[in-house]
Write a protein that binds this ligand. Structure first.
Ligand code: BT5
Length: 266
């Protein structure tokens, strides 16, 4: 059993993770935290503090992008969400996903001496295999982000057999990568510390720090890729990220095109 109280009182945490809510089982930590945040609006008592984490041992309806399923079995990984109140325009919400990916990559690389790579828009991989996915939900009103929920799913201790049965072709877990089980409390603490650090950059308007770090990890930039958008594949070279987080692809005929959603195949 993870001692969440101890993690939340880590002296270096300034905002993210100072309040951790634990549930044994939820549908989706993003969905439940979103509801909690909405319900706490305008309330003086019992309002939800920015930076609050909701973490669950299992999700019964974990979500990926485009309403895909995120498999989240009991005790096998970290399934959690952070409640954020970022003062950024809605078109910059990609920065939230980006900082989540950077935080995971930094934490895992430092803890385990691994080389994580970030795959646009929301995956963290080692050797081409995905151990982490990120999902940001926002509520936008009057051209402002009213609230944001940053959801992070990390596969920690699934075995090869468990992963190959149902997770999709490129999934993996840290246990498979490292050939040993990992301590969820240790990983969670490291990720929260990095999230706290990179979220502070966002709050201070230092967006470049997030983007630069993200690009350091986005080693697919400059390589040949295929992007599937609306069921249609496009081959080309991933060139860069635009100012709304879209990916700029140089297509085979030389034309440059920006995609704001889709799946990248390396
Ligand atoms: C993602 O979606 O990668 C975002 C995943 C976000 C999960 C977190 S957990 C906490 C919070 N609460 C939620 O409900 N969600 C967030 P996407 O890029 O669409 O990838 C989804 C696809 O990855 C699925 O269609 C499967 O093919 C595959 N997949 C499902 N579960 C997986 C897992 N645990 N590990 C790796 N791949 C998985």
């Amino acid at each position: 059993m993870i001692d969440y109280q101890q993690i939340a009182s880590h002296p270096d945490l300034k905002l993210i993770g100072k309040n951790i809510i634990f549930r044994q089982s939820v549908t989706s930590t993003n969905r439940v935290l979103y509801k909690m945040a909405e319900n706490s609006f305008g309330k003086e008592e019992g309002f939800l503090a920015e930076g609050t984490i909701l973490i669950a041992e299992e999700q019964t309806a974990g979500r990926g992008r485009l309403d895909r399923i995120w498999i989240s079995p009991r005790g096998k990984g970290l399934w959690f969400s952070a409640y954020l109140l970022p003062d950024i325009p809605p078109e910059k919400s990609f920065l939230i996903t980006f900082l989540g990916a950077v935080a995971v990559a930094e934490a895992v690389n430092h803890l385990f001496e691994l080389k994580s790579m970030i795959k646009w828009p929301n995956d963290v991989l080692v050797k081409g295999r995905k151990y982490c996915g990120i999902l940001t939900d926002t509520r936008v009103s009057e051209e402002k982000i009213q609230l944001a929920i940053l959801g992070i799913g990390m596969n920690l201790n699934q075995t090869v057999r468990e992963i190959t049965e149902s997770y999709g072709p490129i999934a993996t877990s840290l246990r498979i990568i490292l050939h040993r089980t990992v301590d969820p409390a240790q990983v969670l603490t490291a990720v929260l510390l990095q999230l706290d650090k990179y979220y502070a950059y966002l709050k201070e308007g230092q967006w470049e720090k997030i983007i630069e770090k993200w690009k350091e990890y986005a080693t697919f930039l400059g390589s040949k890729i295929t992007i599937v958008a609306d069921d249609e594949p496009f081959d080309g070279i991933a060139r860069d990220i635009d100012d709304k987080g879209g990916i700029i692809i140089e297509l085979e005929d030389g034309e440059e095109r920006v995609f704001y959603s889709g799946d990248l195949f390396l």
